[in-house]
Design a protein. Structure first.
Length: 261
């Protein structure tokens, strides 16, 4: 079994440790981070080595590495460590979760990860140092360029190009054929239907707080029950029961009534 070192000691690195230990052909041998970020000498019973010293303790002739850093500074931190690890002579591995669905002949660089329940369709291309988290849909002929990060649940439709260092937020949707320029941040739940500008930041407005409390809406959201009308569930219904899930016509009538009725 080949041995690998994880760069990182954050929660993100812990996730990588679990994936590599339980769902890969690799054995994790150690963790490494910059000296000033070491908070403990070990993690999961494995040594945490200063990055400046790592090659003297775990030489690249015998060990491989994966850089498990998320999207800090628009992926620039992960990019820097990627190149530093390569300069030390380490081969950087990929991790593709066994529950991900990928097309044969996937073009992928190094230091990439693809999480569980992802779908990567035919002719997609993934560059170097790209992180694709869980439950992401990557359509056909998509190009994810170097150092990009895709958060859970994002949908990237066919023919999309994602520029280098860009961050695609959770549950974002990118329309087919769109180009995401380099260094963009696409926020959570955002739908992109046109090409973006370089270093653009796209986000949805935060949800509006309704002026009434939930308990003040309780009466408005209920309606009388006909005990003779069958509903879901078992057993007879009584007039004391106040709420059930209505059909569409009943729901329309209920929410259309004036508040005084």
């Amino acid at each position: 079994m080949e041995k690998v070192i994880i760069f990182g000691n954050s929660l993100f690195a812990e996730l990588y440790y679990d994936c590599l230990t339980n769902d890969s052909p690799y054995e994790v041998a150690a963790f490494t981070v910059d000296r000033e970020y070491i908070t403990a000498d070990s993690l999961f019973g494995l040594p945490v080595i200063p990055f400046a010293d790592i090659e003297s303790v775990f030489p690249p002739s015998r060990y491989k590495m994966i850089v498990s850093v998320s999207f800090q500074k628009v992926n620039r931190v992960r990019e820097a460590k990627y190149f530093q690890a390569k300069a030390k002579g380490y081969e950087l591995i990929n991790y593709v979760n066994s529950k991900a669905s990928t097309w044969s002949g996937l073009a992928i660089g190094d230091n990439c990860s693809i999480g569980p329940n992802c779908i990567v369709e035919a002719f997609a291309r993934i560059g170097n140092n790209v992180t694709v988290t869980n439950s992401v849909m990557i359509g056909h002929h998509v190009a994810l360029n170097d150092h990009a990060f895709v958060a859970p649940g994002a949908v990237i439709l066919g023919g999309v190009t994602v520029g280098s260092h860009s961050l695609i937020g959770a549950n974002a949707t990118i329309k087919e054929g769109v180009t995401i320029a380099p260094d963009c941040i696409i926020g959570t739940g955002v739908s992109i239907t046109r090409n973006t500008v370089e270093r653009g930041v796209y986000f949805n407005r935060p949800p509006e707080l309704y002026p009434k409390r939930s308990d003040e809406l309780r009466e408005w959201l209920t309606w009388p029950v006909d005990p003779d009308k069958p509903r879901w569930g078992s057993g007879p219904r009584t007039k004391k029961q106040q709420v059930w899930v209505p059909d569409n016509n009943e729901l329309f009538n209920a929410i259309s009534l004036p508040q005084g009725d």
